[in-house]
Design a protein around this ligand. Structure first.
Ligand code: ADP
Length: 397
């Protein structure tokens, strides 16, 4: 039995899960938070419900990784470092360099450095995590799994923007998408649920969390996706605007006398979306509750969010020439029966009937359309960490 670590490193945090492979059982999970800030905290869940947490002073990711590994030994989650045969890392942007998961040798480290501009908040932190684990576990295979890699199969007409072609040629400006690991994972589960080969299916995956994206999956490959050059584009999100006419932003820069365009991008990322419309809430639970209590702007925020999801489902159904299955996943998609019900009802003309009982079940993958529905709708729990562990296990073999 091999142990594989699945890691998501942020600028001041490090989340992880340890899988026993090939059984795919989680043997521990946890996080290190506030790395390099005051009161860093390490938390580990393991065994049958045991939990360990401790403040541990660390200045950087290297120190955090060392403490984390020592704790895994102390808690007897691993008997020695050698038991960990691979460490898989989530990397947000892979640009056009990475079309699939890769073993991170020095050449790939250099290529990841070249993608920093595409995800300045995430990729440098992701690489820091990779280097820290490579130093602490030189024998373990380091693997990078990119959020964008799945979308590298999109045809040109779906990834190019209608801007001067030189922007793409000289500066690689194009649609990259995101959430690729989640879309790829839920698509494979959907194929199992439908009992048909993934390569024969037309699927639309709706990853609806605080960040949300829709993906058209044709012949098992990403065919189109709603996020763009960055995760700002596409559907309305918790605090992100989704698609907006750039001229409106330029106009507001003049009105507000904003000189720095980054400030506007900040507003579009953090003060827009459902928060922008409602003026109060970004969490869909709060939005739904307030809407129910008669708050018109909360109602409007939810309507705009749902409509933007439906717009993409419609667009992708036409682009693929039909759809066999629609998937709901991530925070809202997995947990909000109200949102699922409301969207599915608006899709009734596709021949979809809601299975009200199934839609109320929690915590498992299920069909939420009735068996006689022409298009099947599924609620699927995403598991990006498991897919990272699978890719790592396969590449470590
Ligand atoms: P991200 O990974 O993008 O931060 P998640 O996929 O974790 O987002 O989703 C978080 C969001 O899921 C929350 O902001 C909340 O809006 C939504 N959510 C979680 N649980 C529920 C629920 N029971 N009902 C409605 N929305 C929920």
């Amino acid at each position: 039995m091999k142990k594989i670590l699945s890691v998501n490193a942020g600028s001041s945090s490090l989340k992880f899960k340890i899988f026993a492979m090939p059984a795919e059982t989680v043997i521990a999970s946890g996080k290190f938070e506030r790395i390099g800030i005051e009161h860093p905290l390490v938390e580990i869940k393991y065994g049958d419900g045991q939990k360990f947490s401790e403040e541990a002073k660390v200045k950087n990711h290297s120190e955090a990784v060392q403490i984390l590994l020592d704790k895994l030994l102390d808690l007897k989650i691993i008997a020695s470092y050698d038991e960990i045969s691979g460490v898989g890392h989530r990397v947000v942007a892979g640009g056009e360099f990475f079309k699939e998961s890769v073993v991170v040798d020095t050449n790939n480290e250099r290529l990841i450095e070249k993608t920093f501009e595409l995800a300045p908040l995430h990729n440098p932190a992701n690489l820091m995590g990779i280097r820290a684990f490579k130093k602490a576990l030189p024998h373990a295979v380091a693997v990078a799994v990119f959020d964008t890699a799945f979308h590298q199969t999109m045809p040109e007409e779906n990834y190019l923007y209608a801007v001067p072609y030189k922007w793409y040629e000289n500066y690689s400006v194009r649609r990259y998408g995101a959430h690729g690991t989640s879309h790829r994972y839920v698509a494979s589960v959907a194929a199992d649920m439908l009992g048909r080969p993934l390569k024969d299916l037309k699927l639309i995956s709706c990853h609806l969390g605080a960040g949300a994206s829709i993906c058209a999956i044709k012949d098992g490959k990403s065919f189109n996706t709603s996020m763009g050059f960055t995760p700002l584009a596409g559907v309305t999100m918790a605090t992100r605007s989704g698609d907006v006419d750039f001229s409106a932003v330029a106009y507001m820069m003049r009105k507000l006398k904003v000189k720095n365009v980054s400030q506007m991008v900040e507003t579009l990322n953090h003060e827009s979306g459902m928060l922008g419309i409602s003026g109060k809430y970004s969490d869909s639970r709060d939005i739904l509750e307030a809407a129910e209590a008669g708050d018109h702007r909360a109602y409007l925020a939810n309507e705009i969010f749902e409509r933007s999801v439906i717009d993409y489902i419609g667009q992708y159904t036409f682009e693929m020439g039909g759809v066999d299955g629609i998937i709901f996943t991530a925070g809202i998609g997995e947990n909000s029966q109200e949102t699922r019900e409301s969207i599915v009802k608006k899709l009734a003309f596709l021949g979809i009937n809601l299975d009200k009982v199934n839609n109320q079940t929690r915590g498992k993958n299920t069909f939420i359309s009735t068996p006689d529905s022409k298009v099947k709708v599924m609620r699927i729990m995403t598991d990006e960490e498991l897919l990272i562990a699978r890719d790592t296990f396969n590449l470590a073999k």
